[in-house]
Design a protein around this ligand. Structure first.
Ligand SMILES: [Zn+2]
Length: 454
């Protein structure tokens, strides 16, 4: 049966209507940072709401903290399970002029096996895959066999303003048994993947100022402290020479055995891995999906474009921590302060706005995970890769911690998609197969009881 649903979903995506809809979505210039964003935001939500209405969804619009939300609901029966899904219609800027072959970011362009366009991977294309899967399932069975609530926001690329407050206030509107949504990349284009959460992210600015103005590097060299050298040494206490985090409270401390088992045989980052980099004793997949990493995003001292013969008066570094679920995130700042003090770097000041994203994840051994994985296996004939957490960040914590749902993400993109850069694209075959996969996964929800998923 699931193989039949795969075929039905794939065939729908291969039909011309799917490509036409993709072109319509891409043509919406929903760059959340642009001056005329509001106009495109409204038009994009109109388009999406119209398609959902055709499938029997009733919808309402909301605003919270300047972010626009659409909540669409398709109700079949009160005693059936309810799935919450989530998409975002906003995109990063188009970056027109920087695309290869003079491609326009807001025009769907086909080149051999690839479809190009802003938002095709992140996240409009993934929305369309799931919409088409719902359509295919309805066509095949006449009903879904579950209730479906679709939450769409237009501010994900600017940090989802208002999303947490909106979900906290509208728990009744979003009431569900499980979140099944699509964003982010598969581990490889041809590997169906589930991920269950996301790492958190927080950036710290470190400054060390020794004096006002530079001093002659010859006349003072050897007499005066150089803050650039001192700060570099401070950084090596935070991360060792192979890139492993040295602050125990910045890590989850241990990786649960079920998480380890799920990551066995998984290659992260599309295979672009430095084997001898990162925490020792962990596999690359464990380092990205179940452990914390700290990166120096930028370093500054002196005047790099034209260095002068002087000891710079001050130095700065921007350190970003991506922390795995399980890391105690209330004490991250204090842990850094205590660590620097203990190593003699009391003079280094730390500034931070706190986590931009919080870590959260559904345990790999949650019953809903097994059910969705089984549906995927039945659909494509091979078990999906299951990542306990995405290396990157998503507003998963809002669904997991505020709405209290098991969270299962079925990503339809792949690591090479160039999201957030010029030339965003997806292989059309991936879109077609993902639609088949999603049709089978959703088809597997029918027949379950709500309590099977919670
Ligand atoms: Zn994005």
């Amino acid at each position: 049966m699931s193989a039949a649903l795969f075929k039905a979903g794939k065939a729908r995506a291969e039909a011309p209507a799917f490509r036409e809809r993709m072109a319509q979505l891409v043509a919406m210039q929903t760059d959340a940072k642009a001056g005329d964003a509001a106009k495109w935001t409204g038009a994009c939500l109109d388009l999406m709401a119209g398609w959902l209405a055709d499938l029997g969804f009733v919808h309402e619009r909301h605003m919270a903290d300047s972010n626009a939300f659409l909540v669409a609901r398709r109700t079949e029966a009160d005693d059936l399970p309810t799935v919450l899904t989530y998409s975002h219609g906003d995109t990063v800027p188009g970056m027109a002029g920087d695309w290869a072959e003079g491609r326009d970011p807001w025009t769907l362009t086909e080149d051999g096996p690839l479809w190009y366009g802003r938002g095709i991977a992140d996240n409009k294309g993934q929305f369309l895959v799931n919409l088409t899967a719902v359509e295919a399932l309805l066509e095949a069975r006449g009903s879904l066999g579950f209730n479906l609530v679709w939450l769409i926001e237009m501010g994900e690329e600017t940090g989802s303003p208002g999303l947490a407050e909106f979900c906290a206030e509208h728990g009744d509107l979003l009431k569900a048994d499980v979140l099944i949504a699509s964003d982010g990349p598969r581990i490889a284009a041809d590997t169906p993947t589930l991920f269950l959460g996301a790492r958190g992210g927080v950036t710290y600015r470190l400054d060390l100022k020794r004096r006002n103005g530079g001093r002659h590097s010859g006349n003072f060299g050897g007499a005066l402290r150089n803050p650039a050298i001192e700060l570099a040494h401070a950084l090596t206490t935070i991360v060792d020479r192979r890139g492993a985090v040295q602050i125990p409270d910045w890590t989850p401390g241990e990786i649960p055995p079920a998480t380890r088992a799920a990551l066995e045989g998984v290659t992260p980052a599309g295979g672009e891995v430095d084997e001898d980099w990162g925490a020792e004793g962990l596999t690359p997949a464990e380092r990205v999906c179940a452990w914390s990493s700290a990166e120096v995003l930028a370093l500054h001292a002196g005047h790099p474009p034209a260095p002068v013969n002087a000891i710079p008066p001050e130095a700065s570094a921007w350190v970003q921590l991506r922390y795995a679920p399980g890391t105690p995130d209330a004490g991250l700042f204090d842990a850094l302060r205590t660590h620097l003090d203990a190593h003699g770097y009391e003079d280094v000041t730390i500034t931070s706005d706190g986590p931009a994203f919080r870590a959260s994840a559904t345990p790999v051994d949650h019953p809903a995970v097994a059910l969705v994985a089984e549906a995927a296996t039945q659909t494509v004939g091979q078990p999906p890769a299951i990542l306990p957490s995405l290396g990157g960040s998503l507003p998963n914590d809002i669904f997991r911690d505020i709405l209290g749902l098991p969270t299962i993400w079925v990503p339809h993109s792949y690591p090479g998609c160039s999201q957030h850069a010029p030339n965003e694209h997806l292989p059309k075959e991936l879109l077609f197969e993902a639609t088949g996969l999603m049709t089978g996964i959703l088809g597997g929800i029918a027949g379950l009881r709500p309590e099977d998923l919670r």
